[in-house]
Design a protein around this ligand. Structure first.
Ligand code: FES
Length: 145
């Protein structure tokens, strides 16, 4: 059912954890299953993502896709990171079962939310980036939708 790459990233997830004083932090909930993902980005003065970490209350597919997504955005500029879609992540993992495709959206949305946080803090505009809808702030309840 799952590719070898998915199993590898599920069993040995890369980049799990937090970044102190992160340049941007994004937290999103998945409307379909209620699972939650948080991404931390460390971005240097040239807009290159030096480091990326994640924490999740998500399923195995969410762990594997987030692990791969963090690997793909590390070392990239924020413009390049915007092109790391859930589709690109799924391709890098040799596919996901259709019922698990929504899980791969968590990482993409959380990365976008972290980039949004970074853009807000630094008063910059990132092309193609929209304000995250499902952002859940510390201590706040998730919005109803
Ligand atoms: Fe919730 Fe996969 S079932 S993230």
């Amino acid at each position: 059912m799952y590719s070898e790459k998915v199993m590898d990233h599920f069993n040995n997830p890369r980049n799990v954890g937090e970044i102190d004083n992160a340049s941007g932090v994004g937290t999103v909930g998945n409307a379909k299953c209620g699972d939650i993902m948080r991404i931390y980005l460390d971005i240097d003065e040239n807009h290159v993502i030096r480091d990326c970490k994640f924490k999740t209350f998500g399923c195995g597919a969410a762990v594997a896709t987030s692990s791969m997504a963090t690997e793909l955005v590390k070392g990239k500029t924020i413009e390049e990171a915007m092109k790391v879609t859930n589709r690109a992540v799924m391709e890098a993992l040799d596919g996901l079962p259709p019922v698990k495709v929504h899980c791969s959206l968590l990482a993409e949305e959380a990365i976008h939310a972290a980039l949004w946080d970074y853009a807000q803090k630094n008063h910059i505009v990132i092309d193609g980036l929209r304000e995250p809808k499902e952002d859940i702030h510390e201590g706040e309840e998730q919005e109803e939708y």
